[in-house]
Design a protein around this ligand. Structure first.
Ligand SMILES: NC(=[NH2+])NCCC[C@H](N)C(=O)O
Length: 423
């Protein structure tokens, strides 16, 4: 069998992708917890699911194999022993310690379910009203009597880009920044360890979830088999990037990391909300992250001859891309056409967050029509998907997809390989 993980570019023809169809977790949102849950509004589940099915079908119609995180996880938890260990860990990470009698009650509650139901339930969260015969703890009585959950919902799981990321033939299993998302990366960890298609495949884990330093997949871009672009952002720290450089250099094909420092805020929490690669020499970029003269802080990490990581500061995005991707021209396509209103509006609705499914071919949200028209003018083939409800979670097609296998691309050697589509 060929390796189940193979991602050496952002744009190589997408073969296998992992998604999560949003479920009841979106209905377990209430205004009081929205902010903490990193979501800006409550999506209407029925329509969100229809939109998500449309997204999946758009990919399948292009011959892409769509896997669902929830199915892979359930298939990994067939053995009762594995299931028990998984639930133990999840409860522990949800703040319900083993010595707490509630731990045993919840364990029994979840173990009684079929794995598929159990997986959906833990993502949806567990309400206090679902569990009978609980002896209330002091906290239940005195502090959070009105708090409705024992297990918080995980409304961001449908952003499967972030919990983990495929780099080459390996993965990073991410230590995520905010508590609201930290448990999510336990899912892929469990899949890699237990799923029959993954467990004996010697898949390198470049960085695991229990180590120091925060990183999320929205910041991890594989530009080609040597070069990564990684955001230094609200979600990814310099420590994690340095650590990843040490793990990759000399142990993989990768020898260059372009660490790009972006503003630390919710509208642009990851690099892929302001910058994505869509062709050999074409990129979307939110114009507001660049200074008037087109500058942004970039730190180039490469191995030196003593096996250490050397850092070269740079600040010209176009020049850096030309230099490290060996190209003579770069086409940066501004979100919202760089209009003072359309650009921030469409960036907010993930207009920069394109999912490349082949060189010069992308999936985007239909609502970002200014950006989409401009992409077409630049010769990109655009597949639009519906976005009224999904976009309320603050993520677009790239955020909602975790590529596991892409075809390799030809290597650019100082010439442009660009294939333009006629409009
Ligand atoms: N790759 C991405 N840009 N993901 C977007 C994630 C959005 C999600 N609400 C969060 O704040 O975590």
């Amino acid at each position: 069998m060929t390796s189940p993980i193979h991602v050496y570019s952002e744009i190589g023809k997408l073969k296998t992708v992992m998604l999560h169809r949003p479920g009841k977790e979106l209905e377990n949102l209430s205004p009081e917890i929205l902010n903490r849950m990193l979501i800006d509004d409550i999506p209407y589940l029925k329509i969100a699911q229809e939109e998500h099915d449309y997204f999946a079908k758009t990919l399948q119609d292009q011959g892409i194999h769509v896997l669902y995180l929830e199915d892979l996880l359930a298939e990994s938890l067939v053995a009762v022993k594995t299931r028990t260990a998984f639930i133990d860990r999840l409860l522990e990470e949800s703040g319900i310690k083993k010595k707490d009698p509630l731990h045993q009650l919840l364990l029994e509650y979840l173990l009684a379910m079929k794995p598929e139901t159990m997986v959906k339930q833990v993502i949806a969260g567990i309400k206090k009203s679902e569990i009978k015969n609980v002896e209330p703890s002091l906290a239940d009585l005195a502090e959070d009597a009105d708090y409705p959950f024992y297990l918080d919902p995980m409304p961001n799981v449908y952003f499967t880009r972030d919990q983990q990321a495929a780099i080459g033939n390996g993965m990073t299993i991410n230590r995520m920044t905010f508590r609201a998302r930290r448990r999510e990366s336990l899912f892929m960890k469990t899949i890699l360890q237990n799923h029959p298609n993954f467990k004996d495949q010697d898949i390198p884990i470049w960085r695991d979830r229990n180590v120091h330093g925060r990183i999320e997949g929205g910041d991890e871009l594989v530009l080609n088999k040597h070069v990564l672009a990684i955001g230094i952002s609200q979600r990814t720290s310099a420590v994690a990037i340095t650590d990843l450089a040490h793990a990759l250099f000399g142990h993989s094909t990768f020898d260059t990391i372009l660490a790009i420092k972006i503003p630390h805020n919710h509208a642009m929490m990851h690099l892929d909300t302001v910058f994505t690669m869509i062709n050999y020499d074409q990129f979307t970029v939110h114009p507001f992250i660049l200074s008037k003269s087109g500058k942004i802080d970039i730190y180039v990490l490469q191995p030196d001859k003593d096996g250490e990581v050397k850092i070269t500061p740079k600040n010209d995005l176009v020049e850096v891309l030309k230099e490290y991707l060996h190209l003579s021209e770069i086409d940066l396509i501004p979100t919202g056409g760089a209009d003072p209103i359309a650009a921030p509006r469409e960036q907010w609705n993930d207009g920069s967050n394109t999912l490349a499914i082949a060189p010069g071919e992308v999936v985007t949200y239909d609502r970002n029509y200014v950006s989409n028209d401009l992409l077409r003018k630049h010769g990109i083939l655009v597949h639009e998907v519906r976005s009224s409800e999904l976009s309320r979670g603050r993520g677009g097609p790239r955020c909602m997809s975790c590529p596991l296998v892409r075809e390799d691309i030809e290597e650019a050697k100082n010439e442009i390989f660009t294939k333009r589509f006629s409009r």
